[in-house]
Design a protein around this ligand. Structure first.
Ligand code: AP5
Length: 217
């Protein structure tokens, strides 16, 4: 049997998926596959795909299954995922989860764990509106909980940006979409015996320790 670590991170917007996925990837030596980051890169590059998805993302909607499945198929076809991968923000619908099952079967890969990061809705707004990201490195900060060295600059002096969907009026639609489209995946993966619930409330390091324990590290 393969020793590859192939994981999925599930959780509402702002739960800390990106933050914890980066830490776990560094620990395991595997790449983070974030569909949100891939779509934001497409947007920043000014590609046709980027233009198609920009407005949907800004309003907190879901990009079509077809588009994100194509992105993930291409990404998981690369050689660097041989030791494993952490999927962050994918799958987000039952259709995406079923497509992923078919893709992994074709690639001869199995999922090892599906981590559900649990954070109550009332904590999400503060996490999302306080988030800032390094313009070049993508390093995630929080103005209160993981503050950057300067108010408007990150490590190395890089400029900090705020995502256009990180504003109060877009948080509610994103949470509603998560409840309607993505939360059903919790039962889908629990039925397969893959689900690992992790309490996402606490300091960043406390959550990391719980995560490592949940995935047997
Ligand atoms: P995506 O980028 O995936 O966004 P998301 O799922 O909404 O998740 P976030 O990135 O907002 O949050 P996170 O859980 O990673 O939290 P983070 O670690 O940053 O998707 C964006 C958009 O792309 C979607 O809306 C959609 O349009 C499109 N898209 C992407 N994938 C798609 C798909 N599969 N299908 C269709 N459309 C798709 O943490 C948040 C903040 O909290 C940070 O500031 C952090 O510092 C702070 N924080 C983290 N942990 C803690 C803690 N323990 N205590 C206090 N603060 C903390």
């Amino acid at each position: 049997m393969s020793s590859a670590q192939n994981l999925i991170f599930l959780g509402p917007p702002g739960a800390g998926k990106g933050t914890q996925a980066k830490r776990l990837c560094a620990r395991l030596g595997v790449p983070q596959v974030s569909t949100g980051d891939m779509l934001r890169e497409a947007k920043a590059s000014g590609s046709e795909l980027g233009r198609q998805v920009a407005e949907i993302m800004k309003l907190g909607g879901l990009v079509s299954d077809e588009i994100v499945i194509d992105l993930v198929r291409e990404r998981l076809g690369r050689a660097d995922v041989a030791p494993g991968f952490v999927l962050d923000g994918f799958p987000r619908t039952l259709g995406q989860a079923e497509a992923l099952d078919r893709l992994l079967q074709t690639l001869g890969k199995d999922l090892t764990h599906v981590v559900q990061l649990e954070v109550r809705d009332d904590l999400i707004l503060e996490r999302i509106t306080g988030r800032r990201q390094g313009e070049t490195t993508g390093r995630i900060y929080h103005l209160k909980y993981d503050p950057p060295p300067f108010a408007d600059r990150g490590e190395g002096g890089e400029r900090l940006i705020q995502r256009p969907d990180d504003v109060e009026e877009v948080v509610q639609p994103r949470l509603a979409l998560y409840a309607a489209q993505t939360a059903p995946l919790v039962a889908y993966y629990a039925d397969k015996g893959l689900l690992r619930r992790v309490d996402g409330v606490g300091s960043l390091d406390e959550v990391t320790q719980r995560l490592y324990h949940a995935v047997g590290l």
